[in-house]
Design a protein around this ligand. Structure first.
Ligand SMILES: [Zn+2]
Length: 273
């Protein structure tokens, strides 16, 4: 059986946990969260088993497994065909470029910076657009330089056309899409890391917007709060940021009402007018 590890790469607050859970809830896939966090100086344990106070059936001896062997070990233990690794950092992905025990695939997830600005606003932080652009350019350069097999995913397209987007990604990963995988809170997930998206199956998550996640627990939704909660000045400043405009142009993207879209011929013609 061809085994695959898919690495999800994105800037922070781009919805990578959510996307990873959706993919990892396929019956032949397994979500491992931010796996790199198990190999930090202060390792993060499996959140689900920590919460239940039980030894983790998948990661109980992770401290004795070398980072380079962790994917292979989890693939063997779970019997999964596809592992979804949401570590996000390029330094982690670089470690596995020569790996031959499984096929490597990559997803570059991009979320509208206006939505990210709102997530940061909730945490009293400003968005650093130059940093966002740099991170996304670094991801793309990594993927292109090493001729890696990757797909680009726009967060808002995933939220709006979930079936079509998941079907596309599953087929690329060699899986037959299962609509039931959308209910990711029904599957058992082991791994480090927790945030709003894991609130559907982990109890101990408290965020600045915990109430919002409590209300939306165990359902998928397109988070468009930025449209009303981010000030018009902020939204405009993001749209007019020169580095971001160049980035969008280079990536063939443009802003629309609810997010980012591939730039169409129509809009190119309008832009040329
Ligand atoms: Zn566990």
């Amino acid at each position: 059986m061809q085994r695959t590890v898919v690495f999800v790469l994105s800037a922070n607050y781009s919805g990578s946990t959510w996307l990873s859970l959706l993919l990892g809830s396929h019956s032949q896939a397994f979500y491992v969260g931010e796996l790199n966090k198990m190999f930090h100086d202060d390792p993060v344990p499996c959140r689900l088993c920590e919460e239940r106070g039980v030894p983790c059936p998948v990661f109980h001896d992770a401290d004795r497994i070398k980072a380079k062997n962790i994917h292979d070990a989890v693939l063997q233990r779970t019997g999964a065909k596809v592992l979804v690794d949401n570590s996000k950092t390029l330094s982690w992905s670089r470690k596995f470029l020569a790996e031959e025990r499984f096929q490597r695939k990559y997803i570059h997830l991009i979320r509208d910076p206006r939505a990210i600005a709102y997530s940061l606003q909730l945490r009293d932080k400003p968005i650093k657009l130059d940093k966002w652009v740099k991170k996304n350019r670094e991801i793309r350069e990594f993927l292109e330089t090493h001729h890696l097999d990757y797909q680009q995913v726009l967060y808002n397209e995933l939220a709006e056309n979930m079936d079509a987007e998941l079907k596309r990604l599953c087929e690329w990963l060699g899986l037959e899409y299962e609509p039931a995988q959308k209910a990711y809170w029904n599957a058992e997930h082991h791994g480090p890391g927790r945030n709003g998206a894991t609130a559907g199956f982990l109890q101990q998550y408290v965020a600045s917007d915990a109430h919002f996640y409590e209300q939306n627990k165990q359902r998928n939704f397109h988070d468009l709060r930025w449209k009303t909660q981010l000030s018009a000045e902020n939204r405009q400043a993001i749209r007019e940021h020169a580095g971001l405009q160049t980035f969008l142009h280079d990536f063939g993207l443009e802003f629309d009402e609810n997010g980012l879209r591939p730039r169409t011929t129509q809009s190119e013609m309008t832009a040329a007018d």
